[in-house]
Design a protein around this ligand. Structure first.
Ligand SMILES: [Zn+2]
Length: 214
């Protein structure tokens, strides 16, 4: 079996998303890029039943390299992100706060310095039907110079060079979105951070092996 360890990592990531209630049912998907190949979670399999053999390998055109099951319906989105960037891991969630916030803002305001984890203010990719090339295009544009985007009326997507680190950042994005929803609920004007401060934090965080020092 090609890429057995990467397939196991995709299974573990899907089960993490499910157990942390960051997806509902079989929603969400995870992939890793290895050169010309993409290891991606399958469509419609209960994550608790998912095994490494259910995770398929496709090439960058979407053609099957080694796969027992149909790939995630968001394969076009994953392929588009890989074609447009140097990223090698993608996690797509249907987490509650990210989804709710995607419906009411076009960009996540700089309310918390954790925005620096994602390269700046997280953008919201305009809505398009799941699995569509239009959605893939919107997400690629929203991810420019960022490692996360919200997907309007849908969920969130996070990208990076290491699946474990991308998965760790899911909780931080969900936290930032939950905080923003509570800020909006107060109806009060919000005190926002400057882009210069976010950049200062980004540089500071990049020197540490962990995401938070304070
Ligand atoms: Zn989705």
């Amino acid at each position: 079996m090609l890429y057995a360890s990467e397939r196991r990592a995709v299974v573990a990531a899907c089960q993490h998303l499910s157990r942390e209630r960051l997806v509902v049912g079989t929603a969400g998907n995870v992939s890793i890029r290895l050169g010309e190949h993409v290891v991606i979670s399958p469509s419609g399999v209960d994550y608790e039943q998912l095994g490494p053999g259910d995770v398929g390998v496709h090439d960058l055109t979407g053609a099957v390299v080694e796969a027992e099951l149909a790939p995630s319906s968001e394969l076009p989105l994953h392929l588009a992100v890989y074609a447009a960037s140097e990223h090698t891991a993608i996690v797509h969630t249907h987490s509650v706060a990210s989804t709710a916030l995607s419906v009411v803002v076009d960009e996540v305001p700089l309310s918390h310095y954790y925005s620096a984890l994602f390269g700046g203010a997280v953008r919201v990719a305009p809505y398009a039907t799941f699995g569509s090339d239009d959605l893939a295009g919107h997400v690629v544009a929203a991810l420019a110079d960022r490692t996360a985007a919200l997907m309007e009326n849908h969920g969130a997507v996070l990208v990076g060079s290491d699946l474990g680190k991308v998965l760790d950042r899911v909780a931080y994005l969900e936290y930032v979105c939950e905080v923003q929803l509570r800020i909006l609920a107060t109806g009060r004007p919000a005190k926002l951070l400057s882009e210069a401060e976010i950049e200062r934090v980004r540089v500071g965080l990049s020197g540490y092996g962990q995401v938070s020092r304070g």
